[in-house]
Design a protein around this ligand. Structure first.
Ligand SMILES: Nc1ncnc2c1ncn2[C@@H]1O[C@H](COP(=O)(O)OP(=O)(O)O)[C@@H](O)[C@H]1O
Ligand SMILES: [Mg+2]
Length: 254
């Protein structure tokens, strides 16, 4: 199964992705975490991994990838980057980091000022997500950049399910309306995880989302905060994340 995690900046997307990856790995799944956020550098640390090499380099780097995409676009071809479908084990090892049954790949990062726009990386993320075939023993978790740009690039096309992380803020509430509309158009199941909420905030935040599609309300947790603050690996087991993992493992949304 392939799951896309979205939400506003700072809502907890990467944290929830890392916690879910760990929980699913403990259950024996082969976990592939795909980092498609081109501007944040923390996810590998939350997983206790080194930083993987940008996957854009596999295709010759961002510039060459950009040129290929422009050529394909001009000739009216469908922008398809891969010749064959890949299983998780087909991803070239040079572009992954792994520990136990968690593997991570990063599409690419904006490393320097003036590197240009991230569109080629969006196209690559979309292609890679579509190109990977998972089995019932696999789970692919895709961490995205803030907001909705990845929807504009069609990154969600290849996923089976979308999880939106909401913190109790005006921006998250508004974003949930936009994302609900976009996801409906894309015809994908959408579920919500409220993050960093106390009891009163749960009630307020729940008014903005479909309660029946809300999988968990994760409280603010000091250990999670500390690990995030220090850039340490997340070794916290939260019951709320376990119930999301139960849901994913059940496959009932498919
Ligand atoms: N439930 C939580 N309890 C405490 N701190 C949290 C929680 N969720 C996220 N954080 C902290 O909030 C910050 C932003 O989270 P992050 O996952 O990086 O957000 P995003 O990926 O959406 O930008 C991080 O420092 C993280 O450690
Ligand atoms: Mg993040």
């Amino acid at each position: 199964m392939k799951v896309l995690i979205c939400g506003k900046g700072g809502s907890g997307k990467s944290t929830i992705t890392a916690l879910l990856a760990k929980s699913m790995a403990t259950r024996g799944y082969n976990v592939l975490v795909m980092d498609s956020d081109e501007s944040n550098f923390g996810l590998h640390k939350q997983l206790g991994l080194g930083m993987p090499e940008d996957f854009t380099n596999y295709l010759g780097g961002k510039e060459i990838l950009g040129e290929k995409l422009i050529q394909a676009y001009q000739s009216g071809d469908n922008i398809s980057i891969f010749e064959n479908k890949w299983k998780i084990s087909d991803i070239p090892e040079a572009y992954t980091v792994e520990k136990g049954n968690i593997k991570m790949i990063a599409i690419g990062k904006i490393h320097d000022f003036g590197e240009g726009c991230a569109c080629p990386m969006g196209a690559l993320a979309r292609n890679l997500l579509k190109n990977i075939e998972t089995t019932t023993e696999d789970i692919m978790l895709v961490d995205t950049e803030a907001g909705i740009e990845h929807f504009g690039r069609g990154v969600e096309e290849g996923c089976d399910l979308i999880l939106m992380v909401l913190d109790p803020s005006y921006e998250s509430m508004r974003l949930s309306e936009k994302i609900s509309k976009l996801v409906e158009k894309a015809g994908k199941p959408l579920y919500f995880i409220l993050n960093r909420v106390d009891n009163i905030e749960i009630q307020l935040t729940m008014e903005a989302v479909d309660e029946t599609h809300t999988l968990a309300s994760v409280p603010s947790n000091l250990e999670v905060f500390r690990a995030g603050f220090e850039g340490d690996e997340l070794n916290v087991k939260l019951p709320e994340i376990e119930s999301v993992a139960d849901f994913l493992a059940s496959g009932i949304y498919l």
